[in-house]
Design a protein around this ligand. Structure first.
Ligand code: 5GP
Ligand code: ZN
Length: 121
């Protein structure tokens, strides 16, 4: 079916989506899931993921653009809900080794509650 075709076995975040691995869910709808990072780098550190398996930004297809827009839109909504919108926050996608990607199911990091340096290390 639709979801099982788009679910990847042995993917940590697909397991979080199907709830075979627990997480602290911050927001969920039919398309996206947001949950707290297990090893937070800031007072607010939420991961926002699509409910279909996409390994990296390199694997995006044109048909995914609406879904990716929804991830970014969700970041803005959650920033307000979590009270970091006014001070500001950091959002980022890491891609492959040099980008610091360790989980190969795309995820948008939403970080807030402290100041971040630029450029990143
Ligand atoms: P990446 O390094 O791929 O950009 O980010 C992966 C993130 O996933 C890391 O910040 C890491 O702390 C988080 N993470 C890894 N395993 C788990 C887990 O089992 N549960 C949760 N909630 N976060 C995880
Ligand atoms: Zn996955």
């Amino acid at each position: 079916n639709y979801w099982s075709d788009r679910h990847m076995e042995n993917c940590l975040f697909c397991k979080i989506i199907d709830k075979s691995i627990p997480s602290n869910i911050v927001y969920e709808n039919d398309n996206v899931l947001a949950f707290n990072d297990i090893n937070p780098e800031a007072p607010v550190h939420v991961l926002i993921i699509p409910k279909i398996h996409i390994s990296t930004l390199n694997d995006l297809k044109k048909e995914h653009v609406g879904l990716l827009g929804e991830l970014v839109f969700t970041a803005g909504i959650l920033a307000k809900k979590l009270g970091i919108d006014k001070d500001g926050y950091r959002t980022n996608f890491n891609c492959n080794d040099a980008g610091g990607q360790t989980v190969y199911h795309i995820h948008l990091h939403l970080l807030g509650g402290r100041c971040f340096s630029w450029p990143p290390g």
